[in-house]
Unconditional design. Structure first.
Lengths: 365, 340, 418
């Protein structure tokens, strides 16, 4: 056991808070999706990783390091696939449409390779060269992040619309499908961007640290806290004060009733999933500048996100806040004080809380 | 008629395994190892089927019992300064009984953990049950990773060799395959008896209509709890077998992926069929071994297969491969009936 | 007459074809290669296999009369999968040897597989000390380095710089213990003091719990980071206001991670048996060629595997391309001296390489000064001092060295910790 001085405690608390902030960004989306849709999204951390990569790619596109062409071609290619699919499924069943589309693809792939030497899959699944961003431009970064967050939210909507929604209340099937997506997103990012470790250089005010009373406070950590607080406030008022929030709360409380009073629960679900993905994306970009973007970060951070929601309670906003603070402090102080048992310091309280109250501290049901 | 059908099915299954026992020695040694691996994961998937298929409880933490038993048996064989485990183990080994001690020890540990975890988890239902089992498995994973004084942490535990079975060396692949086949058939037999017993039928009743069973005076909680422990026990058997097979245990063996894979095996083969999960195990293990040889980005393919499996089984009402087979049969039967 | 000639020719041709065919079949060497191609270490795995393949491609997959069959298996970076893939390579592909593995733990897991199956295992990367010290497997040769090999000279260098009080921070697993342990032993033998030892867990992303424990008045910090940790640590360390000089083990700032690093890494001093900035014609040619083929800076992972392939080639040459006897092959492998990309190498009596240890400093090199045809104005590990022919036992005799236990979290103990 290590004795801590006051300045150590202050510094550790600050670090704990900043880590909690990052966890909140990740876990709030997870919790939100669960609260409204009862879906345990095991692909959530993969979305987090994906967002970091996409932001990096957009930055690279904006500053001219990489070309936008492969992405545009990919969009066009998938657009064609989509229209073919909708057209086919209108005249037949969806399953038959899928199978005939797959067959058509195989035939076309062979033909185009033999006749023109063109590999179609290179358009459907392009590989894209990205580089770590060294000298960063604040405005370009913001643009890249905004674009990435929107893209990821759209991707989330896609997953919800075409896969998760079909399973209704079948939670097991939904969980298994999200695991499938976790595989695909992780390995897909390895395929698309290669496995190099990337990082965002932080723009000026964020890369320095402030010294107060002999303790230095890295400004980026402060920035993470600020982002999380802003997101938390927006989320809170979004849930409590807006129409969407009201609809959402109604859906959480009683989905049957909500449908009965004419709420389109499909649209609610889709927007919730998009918002969840968006939160993960913000976390991914913020975290990407902090510890880098690399395949595997998703499976590493997922247990922490789950610890947050287990402790706080799935589906509870207050739970996500409290849970991430608890985990942030447990992780930092636990690691500093009992390095041998650091992970245990995290999971033991979780197990105890679950044993006493299976729905977590703030969970309902 | 039903009885006849059942007898025929048992005969078919037995026939398949006898054939497997005859054919496997003639395969190359890689395929022998693959078949052995399939049998081991088959035990794991069958044990999960008791919970998922028969009782209707979806556990996302079944890897935990597999993992603790696997670690327990590895620790028994390697921690030379622990008299209670290593001392007894070496003493038992000297008379050819070491392997029984391993199994007894591994199973007791698995039972202890599943009894404790089951106690925490059984109260919850549906998605909460899923979450609690997941989080409890995380506890095991954390212990494997961080409690390095016992588990060797990231390094994992290397086991020097397999103990002999009453003087028969298991180091040979073929003998070990027969041993695995024997253990597998024993597990299959016991689980089959469990499933066919009144207890097993009650489990199915609970899966279908829990409230009704409660009203009929069944102790639903106890039935679920026992099912949980039985599943954990046989998961433990699979864990001990895995240590003996691979002679190496490390934290990734206890990861979420192991639990998830077991679920996919059950879903792919057909839940509530016992033998379906074994087919699932065969398919997934074979795919993993072979796709990675030919396709560099194999997790991508595996992920797509997982999603497709679930889509097909849930959306088109096909309960895995066995479910598909029986559906096919009943539809042809219906067709021939309508012709009559 | 004509017919007889024809028959004779046909028979001769047939005999030639048959003999060539059998010779061809007999003269194949199958090499299994296990590296992570998916998951967190995928890119390192790529560096490893690229290095090995580059040598084979340069030689058209031929070693003298031997045709090389190269079989790559994905280990996903998990020890258990490594074991399974090794078994697959041995049984299904009947390989003559297998190569690879990444983490020290995989080395410990794979070596018994080699001994059980009597198939040589050649380790270019896994650096677990004991495999060539206290628990030497029979079918094992290391052509890379031991974890502590470069740490001993680095400690000498650090002491010579006037550092007396150093804090260590190293990844919490075998490779970390051994790298840091070697450093501590030599540094304290010279009279320096290690005043604190911190062990962040493998894969740490946020160093928040560890940074406050580092005393600001330490003369330097000695790090051992692996994978993504190497990228995150210097950034968070400098952002937290630390000005102390940084020293590090091989993987703390190697070329694998260097292109992603920024100014925070400037001045980072690490010790390794290789640097891409090594100013020798051989290395320049290697780096240029590697960059041309794979569009990347060569890392020690690529160099050590390239050299491993070269080493195997030379060993087979020495025994007359005889692939039938693994022990003979291993003996040859252990006995040759080679002039590799990274310098002159030979293997000691314990199965580990004796090689130069380079003290390298991260510097920004403007323009293409090194003439390597690589993007200008990037970070390089410039060699500032060379310790020639460093053995795994450094200045101790093997007997004396082996009397102590293997470096671990507990050994050497922290005498001067506050």
């Amino acid at each position: 056991m290590i004795s801590l001085s006051l300045s150590n405690v202050i510094e550790l608390s600050f670090n704990s808070l900043s880590y909690a902030a990052l966890l909140f960004l990740l876990a709030s989306g997870l919790s939100l999706i669960f609260g409204v849709m009862r879906i345990v999204n095991l692909a959530h951390a993969a979305i987090f990783l994906f967002a970091g990569y996409i932001a990096l790619e957009f930055y690279n596109i904006i500053d001219g390091t990489t070309s936008i062409m492969p992405r545009l071609m990919q969009l066009i290619a998938w657009g064609i696939v989509y229209f073919a699919w909708t057209g086919l499924s209108r005249i037949s069943t969806e399953a038959r449409a899928c199978i005939s589309l797959l067959l058509a693809y195989v035939v076309l792939e062979i033909l185009s390779t033999l006749l023109f030497g063109v590999r179609l899959y290179e358009y459907l699944f392009p590989t894209i060269a990205v580089k770590s961003v060294q000298k960063i431009n604040f405005f370009m970064l913001s643009a890249a992040i905004a674009a990435a967050v929107v893209m990821v939210a759209l991707g989330g909507m896609f997953i919800e619309r075409f896969f998760l929604r079909r399973f209704g209340q079948d939670t097991l099937a939904q969980v298994l499908v999200t695991i499938g997506f976790a595989f695909i997103l992780q390995d897909g990012s390895l395929y698309t961007w290669g496995g190099d470790n990337f990082i965002f250089e932080k723009p000026w005010p964020l890369n320095a640290s402030t010294v107060i009373g002999g303790i230095s406070f890295p400004q980026y950590r402060a920035f993470m806290i600020i982002v999380a607080v802003v997101v938390a406030i927006v989320l809170f008022f979004g849930i409590e004060r807006t129409r969407l929030g009201a609809i959402m709360r109604a859906t959480v409380d009683d989905p049957e009733m909500a449908r009965g009073v004419g709420i389109n629960t499909n649209i609610v679900s889709m927007s919730i999933f998009a918002i969840g993905a968006l939160l993960a994306a913000i976390g991914g970009v913020v975290g990407g500048a902090f510890f880098g973007v690399y395949p595997g970060v998703d499976f590493e951070i997922l247990p922490y996100a789950f610890a947050v929601v287990f402790i706080g309670g799935l589906g509870s906003f207050a739970g996500a806040v409290v849970g991430s603070i608890v985990v942030g402090f447990m992780e930092n102080f636990g690691t500093a004080l009992f390095p041998e048992l650091s992970y245990f310091a995290l999971v033991a309280p979780m197990a105890i809380i679950l044993a006493v109250k299976p729905t977590g501290l703030f969970g309902k049901g | 008629m039903g009885n006849n059908n059942q007898r025929r099915r048992i005969l078919i299954v037995l026939g398949v395994f006898v054939a497997l026992g005859i054919v496997t020695p003639f395969l190359d040694s890689f395929m022998q190892a693959l078949v052995t691996e399939i049998l081991i994961f088959g035990i794991l998937a069958m044990s999960l089927d008791i919970l998922l298929g028969f009782t209707g409880l979806a556990s996302l933490g079944h890897g935990a019992y597999f993992g603790v038993a696997s670690y327990a048996s590895a620790i028994v064989m390697t921690k030379a300064d622990w008299t209670w485990t290593y001392g007894i183990y070496t003493w038992a080994s000297s008379s050819g009984l070491g392997i029984f001690y391993l199994f007894i020890f591994g199973i007791i540990v698995a039972i202890a953990f599943s009894a404790f975890f089951g106690f925490l988890a059984i109260r919850a239902t549906g998605v909460y049950f899923l979450m609690i089992t997941l989080s409890l498995a995380m506890v095991i994973w954390g212990l494997a990773y961080r409690w390095s004084a016992v588990t060797e942490g990231d390094n994992g535990i290397n086991v020097p060799g397999r103990p002999s079975l009453l003087g028969i060396s298991l180091d040979n692949d073929i003998t070990f395959f027969y041993f695995a086949l024997a253990v597998f058939l024993i597990c299959l037999g016991i689980l089959y008896v469990v499933v066919q017993s009144p207890f097993g039928r009650t489990l199915v009743g609970i899966r279908e209509r829990e409230e009704r069973m409660e009203m009929l005076g069944y102790n639903v909680w106890l039935h679920k709890y026992l099912a949980f422990i039985i599943a954990g026990t046989f998961g433990g058997v699979a864990g001990v077998m895995w240590t003996l097979f691979n002679l190496f245990v490390s934290p990734p063996d206890v990861e979420l992926i192991t639990s998830a894979e077991a679920l996919f095996m059950v879903a792919l083969g057909g839940p509530a069929t016992l033998i379906g999960p074994v087919i699932g195990s065969a398919i997934i293990r074979t795919l993993q071994q072979f796709i990675s040889i030919y396709v560099e980005r194999w997790p991508l393919i595996l992920g797509a297969i997982y999603i497709m499996t679930i889509m097909l089984s849930r959306l088109y009402g096909v309960d895995g491969i066995l479910g598909f087979a029986s559906k096919l049969r009943s539809s042809t039967a219906a067709a021939s009936n309508s012709q009559d | 007459m004509k017919n007889r000639w024809f028959a004779f020719l046909a028979a001769a041709g047939l005999a030639f074809a048959i003999s060539a065919g059998t010779a061809q079949a007999a003269k194949e060497v199958r090499i299994g290669f296990i590296a992570p191609m998916t998951g967190i270490f995928a890119q390192i795995g790529k560096d490893m296999s690229n290095g090995f393949k580059m040598y084979l491609e340069q030689n058209n997959y031929k070693m003298g009369p031997l045709k090389v069959k190269f079989i790559l298996e994905d280990s996903t970076g998990k020890p258990a999968v490594n074991v399974r893939k090794a078994i697959k390579l041995i049984r299904r592909d009947k390989v003559h040897m297998f190569i690879g593995g990444l983490l020290a733990s995989t080395g410990y897991a794979l070596a018994p597989v080699a001994d059980r199956n009597k198939v040589p295992y050649i380790s270019p990367v896994p650096a677990a000390d004991d495999l060539t010290q206290r628990k030497i497997p029979k079918y094992f040769v290391r052509v890379g380095f031991t974890s502590s090999q470069n740490s001993h000279p680095l400690a000498d260098y650090a002491y010579d710089q006037g550092y007396r009080k150093i804090v260590t921070i190293g990844a919490d697993y075998a490779f970390g213990y051994e790298t840091i342990g070697g450093f501590q032993r030599q540094f304290e033998a010279r009279g320096g003091k290690i005043i604190k030892k911190i062990w962040p867990k493998l894969g740490t992303k946020d160093f928040g719990p560890y940074l406050p424990q580092i005393p600001k008045d330490a003369d330097a910090v000695m790090t051992l980071m692996v994978g993504p940790m190497s990228l995150a640590f210097p950034k968070q360390f400098r952002a937290a206001g630390f000005k102390n000089p940084m020293l590090g083990g091989v993987t703390s700032a190697d070329e694998f991670i260097l292109p992603a690093m920024g100014d925070e890494a400037l001045g980072y001093v690490t010790a390794a048996q290789y640097s891409a900035a090594l100013d020798t014609p051989k290395n320049k040619a290697f780096v240029k060629e590697y960059n041309k083929r794979y569009g990347k800076m060569a890392s020690y992972y690529s160099e050590t595997d390239y050299t491993a392939a070269q080493w195997i080639h030379l060993a087979y040459k020495k025994i007359g391309w005889d692939t039938s006897n693994p022990l003979k092959f291993l003996k040859a492998l252990r006995s040759i001296r080679i002039d590799a990309v990274r310098g002159p190498l030979y293997i000691d009596a314990y199965g580990n390489v004796v090689q130069n240890s380079y003290i390298r400093k991260v510097q920004r090199v403007s323009g293409d000064r090194l003439g390597l045809g690589v993007k200008p104005d990037s970070l390089w590990n410039m060699v500032i001092k060379t310790y020639p022919a460093v053995s795994q036992f450094y200045k101790w005799s093997p007997e004396e060295f082996l009397k102590q236990p293997v470096y671990s979290k507990k050994f050497p103990g922290c005498k001067y910790c506050q």
